[in-house]
Design a protein around this ligand. Sequence first.
Ligand code: DAH
Length: 363
Amino acid sequence: MSKATILIELQQLQTGFQQALAQATQPASLEQVRIKFLSRQGLIPEFLKQIKDLSPEDKIKFGPQLQEFRKTSEQEFSTKQALIASQNIPVQNIQTRDAQTQNIQISSKINLNLTLDPSSELPNQKFGSLHPYTQVIEKLENIFISMGFRIAEGPELETEFNNFTALNIPDDHPARDSQDTFWLRLPQQLMRTQTSPVQIRELSKQELPVAVIAAGRAYRNEATDASHDCVFMQLEGLLVDKNISVANLLGTLKTCLRAIFEREDLDIRVRPGFFPFVEPGLEIDMLCPFCTAGCSVCKRTRWIEIVGAGLVHPNVLRACGVDPQEYSGFAFGFGLTRLVMLKYGINDIRLLHSGKLDFLTQF
Ligand code: DAH
């Protein structure tokens, strides 16, 4: 075969194949095209067999072009095959979810190309809603982002170092007992008992200043009742920069609580508290957003305990390689589960993980 005839034959074969493909409109005629052009003894493989008779120089020159022709022919064939298949979907029985409950079958002919009507409505459509956790987390994240914070994350399976040691909770510290830990069989690994280890992960990057919040699950080996669960949600906050004081912490928390409960006059009060990773440690209460004179939510005290917080302990900064002479910061931890229960008046923590639709559709 001469060089000139190869190219002419290639051209003719290409044109013939494309015409045949264009004329095939049904699976049967398409199959004829496949047999004639692409099957083992079809025109295209037969034509390509001639490559082996070419001189080494011509093989280098024409080989890639001929292989490319085989590839594109096969691709064009598959595309056409998919098109014909989509136009020949048989009559199907579609059961809508409502129809299933009423045991009615609706038959409909779907022709994907022709009869999709995006404006048609199904009867009695049910819409989902965001879980109350998701709603509150999204709201909190927006509030903190508007104040210049960034969203951080950490794993639920943590190291003992991040969850306790670096947070200034030494081996024999009673806090390790009070947070009944789920230990794993792996050495020094546990399910995090708090979201505070995210602080360690962020501080250890030593990219200062840092301002982050992290929402997520925490695990404690506790008996479950209406107000305790062994899995619950927390929201952790951390800000470290130069000259950070308790005033910055209180301003941040006040802004956040006011936005969450949509009450401009929502006040907070501060009590001393102890958490090993902050000094001073503070317990922060908010004025009950549901009453003016005492109610069952605030147990008639008008105050609700809501956040643990304080100024980051110098030992924590040191454990992460940050110089406490130069930097200071605040940290806080919300009981996010408690916040969600308060906000929506949920009286049993177990409902939050129950997956019950009659509960979830209220939000
Ligand atoms: N991790 C604490 C807990 O689970 C909550 C907490 C208190 C977090 C004070 C903080 C903090 O960041 O400063 O009880």
